[in-house]
Design a protein around this ligand. Structure first.
Ligand code: CAA
Length: 408
C-alpha cells in the first residue's frame, strides 16, 4: 500500500540544504579571545565600579568612551585603512557583550555608533565619503547617531515624513526624528528622508550624512533604564546639503536602513546576552552565600532549577548571536539569523533578569544589588532596533519566502 501523494512533502524536500548550514565551529580565534579579554578587563576596572552611579545620576560617561577610543574599541571592526582596529564582526559582538555586562547604556552607545552609523558608511559610502566621515568615528573622536524613527513612523519605518526637497545641486532637509540614541553628543548623523514625495511608503527614501550643525536637539528622554545612554529628539530645519552627503543611491535609503538594522540587531542581541549574563553571575553568587532554613539557598532544588534554566537560555541565545555574527562576517544572508538572535536573546534577557530578582528576593528589588538595573535595562532590547513583533514578522517573511530583501 502506498501513501497518497502530498504536494507539501515535495515542497519540503525542495528546501535547499544550505539553509541548514550548521556553522558548528565553537572556537574563538586567538585574536577574538584577546579582544574579549581586553574588553572584559576594561569593564571590570573602569565600568563596573561606576555603573550604579551612572544609572542613578543619569550620567553619560564621556570619560569611559574616551578610554574605549584609546583602546581602539570605538571602531573595533572597522578596516584599519579608515582608522579602525580591523577586527572581525564577531570580535565587535564580543565587545558589546562584555560592555553590556558592565553597563548596558555604554553597550548601546557603542552599538549604535558602530553598527548603525560607522559600518553603513563603510559599506555604502563612496571612497571620498569613507575617507572623510569614517576615521573620526572609528577613532572615537566623534559619536554617530542613527535617525530613522519619527513621531508617526516607528515600526512602520517606511511611513517617515522628513523631506529632502531639491535645492540647486543638492537638497534642503526638513523634519523631526525621535529616539535618537547618542543624539545630544553625536557629531555624525545617518538620517533618512523622503526625496520622492510622489512615492509613499518605503520607496522614495534616501539616506544622508549630516553633521551636528545640521540638526537641533529638542529634548532628551527620561527612560526606565539605560540611564547612562542619551536618547534625544531632534529637528532638521531646512538644512542645505550637497550631493556629497547622499549615501548610496537616491531612492535606496530604505534598503540602507534595513541592511543596517540586519547587522544592528545582532549587536542588540549581544547586548541582551551581556545583561543576562551579568544577572546570572549575581544570582549564582548570591544563591551560594544566602542561607535559609539552615543551608545555602543554592542547595534547594527550586533555586537550582532557576539557575539551570538561566544558564541554558543564556547559552542558547549566545549561540544564536555568534551564528548570526559569523554569517554577517562571511558576507552571507543574515536577516533571518539576526532577527532570531535578537528575538530570542531579548525575551530571554527580560525573563531571566526577572528570575535573578526572584532569587535575590527582597534584596533584588532594591538598589543595593544591580539586578533591578539589569531588569530595567533588559526590557528595551525587546523594543529598539525593531520590536519582538517586528522580528517575528521578519522571520516569518523569510521562512515563508515572502518579501525577500532586495540585494543592496
Ligand atoms: N535588506 C535590504 N533591503 C530590504 C530588507 C533588508 N533586510 N528588508 C526589506 N528590504 C527592502 C525590500 O526588498 C523592499 O525593496 P523594494 O521596494 O525595492 O522591493 C523595501 O525594502 C521595502 O520592504 P518591505 O516591503 O518589506 O517594507 P515594509 O514596510 O513592509 O516592512 C519592516 C518593513 C520590516 C516592517 C521595517 O519597516 C522594519 O524593520 N521596521 C522596524 C523599524 C526598526 O527596526 N526601527 C528601529 C529604529 S533604530 C533604533 O532603534 C536604534 C536605536 O536607537 C537603538
Amino acid at each position: 500500500m502506498s501513501l497518497p501523494a502530498r504536494p507539501w512533502c515535495a515542497a519540503a524536500r525542495l528546501t535547499p540544504p544550505e539553509a541548514y548550514d550548521p556553522l558548528v565551529d565553537f572556537e574563538l580565534t586567538p585574536e577574538q579571545r584577546e579582544i574579549q579579554a581586553l574588553a572584559r578587563d576594561f569593564v571590570r576596572q573602569e565600568v563596573e565600579p561606576h555603573a550604579a552611579e551612572w544609572d542613578r545620576e543619569r550620567r553619560f560617561p564621556r570619560e569611559a568612551l574616551a578610554r574605549l577610543a584609546d583602546l581602539g574599541l570605538m571602531g573595533v571592526c572597522v578596516p584599519e585603512a579608515y582608522g579602525g582596529a580591523g577586527a572581525d564582526f564577531l570580535s565587535y559582538v564580543l565587545v558589546l557583550e562584555e560592555l553590556s555586562r558592565g553597563d548596558a547604556g555604554l553597550g548601546v552607545t557603542v552599538a549604535v555608533h558602530t553598527s548603525a552609523v560607522t559600518l553603513p558608511l563603510v559599506r555604502f559610502g563612496s571612497e571620498e565619503q569613507r575617507a572623510r566621515f569614517v576615521p573620526p568615528l572609528a577613532r572615537g573622536e566623534q559619536l554617530g547617531a542613527f535617525c530613522l524613527t519619527e513621531p508617526e513612523a516607528g515600526s512602520d519605518a517606511g511611513a517617515l515624513r522628513t523631506r529632502a526637497e531639491p535645492d540647486g545641486d543638492g537638497w534642503r532637509i526638513t523634519g523631526s526624528k525621535q529616539w535618537v540614541t547618542n543624539g545630544r553628543y553625536a557629531g555624525t548623523f545617518l538620517l533618512f528622508a523622503r526625496t520622492d514625495p510622489q512615492t509613499p511608503g518605503p520607496g522614495g527614501v534616501s539616506a544622508f550624512v549630516l553633521d551636528a550643525g545640521h540638526v537641533r536637539i529638542t529634548r532628551d528622554e527620561e527612560k526606565l533604564g539605560l540611564n547612562s545612554s542619551v536618547t534625544s529628539d531632534l529637528v532638521v530645519e531646512g538644512a542645505r546639503v550637497g550631493r556629497d552627503r547622499l549615501l548610496h543611491e537616491e531612492g535606496k535609503g530604505f534598503h540602507v536602513a534595513m541592511a543596517t538594522l540586519d547587522a544592528g540587531r545582532i549587536g542588540i542581541a549581544a547586548q541582551a546576552v551581556g545583561i543576562a549574563q551579568a544577572a546570572f553571575d549575581v544570582a549564582r553568587a548570591y544563591a551560594k552565600e544566602r542561607h535559609a532554613f539552615g543551608r545555602a539557598i543554592a542547595e534547594f532544588q527550586a533555586i537550582q532549577h532557576k539557575l539551570a534554566d538561566m544558564s541554558t537560555e543564556i547559552d542558547a541565545a549566545r549561540l544564536l548571536v555568534y551564528r548570526a555574527a559569523m554569517l554577517k562576517e562571511r558576507g552571507e544572508p543574515h536577516t533571518e539569523a539576526g532577527a532570531k538572535a535578537k528575538l530570542y536573546a531579548s525575551e530571554m534577557a527580560r525573563r531571566q533578569t526577572a528570575e535573578a530578582i526572584q532569587i535575590l528576593g527582597g534584596y533584588g528589588y532594591t538598589k543595593e544589588f544591580p539586578v533591578e538595573r539589569y531588569y530595567r535595562d533588559a526590557k528595551v532590547t525587546e523594543i529598539y532596533e525593531g520590536t519582538s513583533e517586528i522580528q517575528r514578522l521578519v522571520i516569518a517573511r523569510q521562512i515563508l519566502g515572502l518579501h525577500a530583501p532586495a540585494a543592496v
